[in-house]
Design a protein around this ligand. Structure first.
Ligand SMILES: NC(=O)c1ccc[n+]([C@@H]2O[C@H](COP(=O)([O-])OP(=O)(O)OC[C@H]3O[C@@H](n4cnc5c(N)ncnc54)[C@H](OP(=O)(O)O)[C@@H]3O)[C@@H](O)[C@H]2O)c1
Length: 250
């Protein structure tokens, strides 16, 4: 039996556990199971590998995506650049290697968009973990972006108060990487001047629950194209599965 699972704390409802359990059943993968491993303390990570000798790979969620890095033997260059790991693979030599599949999921979810519209400027709302994956993906797509934060720590980062309807016209894509509007606080939305949105805008919300956040609904009603985080979520899970099933180079 091969064991895969999720570490984080606390772990409530888990998309990953449902996704992989259903995948194993549908694809008749009978030698694998997916378990939840809530770790109250990151130091319990070391004991986990001793307690679970069949463990082959892990997903990592809040609050350990950055804290896990010193516990790993090797980091994939993209995860290193982003500074966060959400997938761990146990290598044949026992080494633990960290990856960032949010980057791959986000990048892959844009495959048709980028092809269709080469001249793009993006506004990224939020500067947390998923924002860093989005920033790396946009850099690699050569799409210029502007960050917006509640508390700008650098001169080139805008505050929400600095956003005006005219300024929004300069950005074709607006990407929400904040948890604002996530279930159960579904009435909330990032404080941007929505009156500046037009049918030329594309709004991407990394949130997948609810399927249409208040942010996306506002955009849709003003004629903008919209996309939620569900495809990215599935793609990052598929990417994790590929990592766990790809033999390490000799
Ligand atoms: N679809 C997917 O596959 C996928 C993958 C990863 C994450 N997500 C979703 O993305 C969202 C963010 O996740 P994360 O891991 O990036 O979280 P995170 O590391 O906590 O970062 C969230 C950022 O949002 C901003 N923020 C937080 N609370 C806010 C508030 N009340 N008002 C305005 N801004 C606020 C903060 O940036 P500032 O301090 O700069 O304002 C914070 O750094 C969650 O909803 C998560 O479910 C989806």
């Amino acid at each position: 039996m091969r064991t895969f699972g999720l570490i984080g704390y606390p772990l409530g409802h888990s998309f990953s556990q449902k996704y992989f359990t259903e995948k194993f059943a549908q694809e008749q993968i009978t030698d694998a199971r997916y378990a939840l491993f809530p770790l109250e303390n990151i130091y319990d990570f070391v004991h986990l590998w001793k307690q679970e000798p069949t463990l082959q790979g892990l997903n990592v969620t809040i609050p350990y995506k950055q804290a896990i890095i010193p516990f790993l033997d090797e980091i994939d260059p993209i995860a290193q650049r982003i500074g966060a790991v959400n997938v761990i693979q146990k290598m044949p030599n026992g080494w633990l290697k960290g990856f960032n599949s949010d980057y791959d999921g986000f990048l892959e979810s844009l495959r048709f968009k980028v092809w269709a519209k080469p001249q793009i400027n993006a506004l990224i709302l939020g500067t947390g973990g998923s924002s860093k994956s989005v920033q790396a993906a946009l850099e690699d797509l050569a799409i210029p972006f502007q960050l917006v934060s509640r508390d700008p720590q650098a001169p080139q980062v805008l505050s929400y108060a600095e956003l005006t309807p005219t300024l929004l016209h300069k950005f074709h894509w607006i990407i929400n990487t904040t948890p604002v509007g996530m279930y159960p606080e579904v009435e909330n939305m990032p404080p941007i001047p929505y009156e500046g949105l037009t049918r030329d805008h594309f709004l991407y919300d990394l949130i997948y629950n609810p399927a249409e956040t208040a942010f996306l609904k506002k955009g849709r009603l003003l004629g903008a194209q919209i996309k939620n985080g569900l495809e990215m979520l599935h793609l990052q899970a598929d990417c994790a599965w590929n990592i766990w099933n790809t033999p390490a180079p000799k």
